[in-house]
Ligand binder design. Structure first.
Ligand code: ZN
Length: 195
């Protein structure tokens, strides 16, 4: 028979059951928040950190590499002597810009078929035998950057930062420009072989 005493015991257990369930929920809740923040951190960790002087860049290296794998060779876009020289000689030089781009997954010999050349040759310059204008897109975003000169966008966020690099046999200047939340564009001017 179901007695009044049983009913009291039943309700007590029921209440305790709810309390225990609540405790479990509360104990679990901070863990949920913790795991969400850990996944954000590990997502940032998946990006490669590259430091260029006082400029930090977080790169999606695999995405960048996959993008360049699908692009044509520079000499497929243009077969002129200067473009051949760029693909076979210039990109293989020990220039910090190129070393950093390679570390970010860029395949320097490949470019989208625009301009129609991805890289644009300008022939000889005042002090050098060959000059080139071009850009390489990278899937990346700026991190902490103190490097000057730099520009900011209307929200006060870093928009671009400029670099110069010069040695006896080359002169190189470039600007890294934010073109979207996930893309940076490396716009360069390089001259090689001093006259
Ligand atoms: Zn060409």
């Amino acid at each position: 028979m179901y007695s009044k005493e049983d009913d009291t015991i039943f309700r007590k257990h029921k209440t305790e059951g709810i309390t225990i369930a609540n405790n479990r929920y509360q104990r679990r809740f901070p863990l949920v928040i913790l795991s969400i923040s850990l996944s954000v951190i590990s997502h940032e960790k998946m990006k490669k950190s590259v430091q260029i002087g006082q400029c930090r860049i977080y790169v999606e290296e695999t995405k960048t590499k996959n993008f360049y794998n699908d692009q044509p060779l520079i000499t497929t876009n243009c077969k002129c002597e200067n473009c051949q020289y760029f693909e076979r000689n210039v990109v293989k030089r020990d220039i910090r810009l190129f070393n950093n781009l390679k570390a970010m997954g860029v395949i320097l010999e490949r470019q989208p078929n625009i301009n129609p050349d991805g890289v644009c040759c300008v022939g000889d310059t005042e002090k050098f035998e060959k000059g080139y204008l071009g850009n390489y897109k990278v899937f990346a975003k700026f991190g902490k950057t103190q490097k000057e000169p730099q520009t900011k966008d209307e929200n006060g966020e870093l928009k671009s930062v400029r670099f110069e690099e010069s040695k006896d046999d080359f002169n190189c200047s470039y600007e890294i420009v934010k073109i979207s939340d996930e893309e940076l564009d490396f716009q360069f001017w390089v001259e090689v072989n001093r006259k």
